[in-house]
Design a protein around this ligand. Sequence first.
Ligand code: CUA
Length: 324
Amino acid sequence: MLAGCGGSQNTLNPHSHQSADIANLFWVMMAVSFGGLALITGLLVFAWVRRGRRGLGGDAEDPHPGEKLSWFVVVGMGVVFPLMVIVALFIVGDWAIVKVTQAPAASSTDLTVEAIGHQWYWEFRYPGTKAVTADEMHIPVGTRINLVAKTADVIHSFWVPELNRKIDTIPGQENRILLYANKVGVYRGQCAEFCGLQHAHMGMLVFVQPKAQFQTWLKKQAAPAAKPASPAARRGERAFLGGSGSCSSCHAIRGTPARGFVGPDLTHLASRTTLAGLTIPNTRGYLARWITDSQHFKPGNDMPNFHLTDGELQSLVKYLEGLK
Ligand code: CUA
């Protein structure tokens, strides 16, 4: 129980109106359940203490003592009362919560972000701009975001527990949800629908920024990739683009001929803090190890090992590090 209450994916640490309502519903359910448990336990203890006595009324003159009271206990407490409690909880749970967590009218939102599930990473697009990123999305604080959940393959589920409920990504369908954060910060999310071997390694981060800072970020993300700045980085770019069976068959880098769409868009890879669905940090060492042996970190992912020479690997890493 205690392990479930901490960490960065805590539904009981809400940072939006929607998640606050979900957390409150949890506490109401919890309180009512414990109330019910206390009542039932109390009645059981009461019955046990008075075991062996004839009837609840205890009147020796009456051949059926306490029958009325027994009826009240069985029908009233056993049928009517639970029914009332369950109906009340249903109304609170469904009617009250669905209203606040359902998809908003698109016209009531200020920004649309597409979240596209892939086996196994998240792609984020900002319609109206060229910005495409992976696993780490940015949104402005205090802004109603129209989040459109889609999938490139199987069913996934977009879930940032501190911001709102889950929303499934269904093939051939668009699902929407309101994404809103009332406080600047970083919120962790997770794919919440089993989608294959690396389902657990399909995390995401939501960076909630002040509005001006977000606009700066979005402008940068929409821009084409930085040109390689050194001879080593230029060699790296050539290795990236070179021939068939190269990185560019699966990855896109806007501003270059690389237009693959199997793996994440790498145009601004160096601006991200993590790699591979939050599996490893985006540092020089991990990036190099990911390129040479991604199967070690995430068995079953689509990235092959190209058996690069040491020199090729070093220049490739140099190039990718420059994609700020
Ligand atoms: Cu994607 Cu689980």
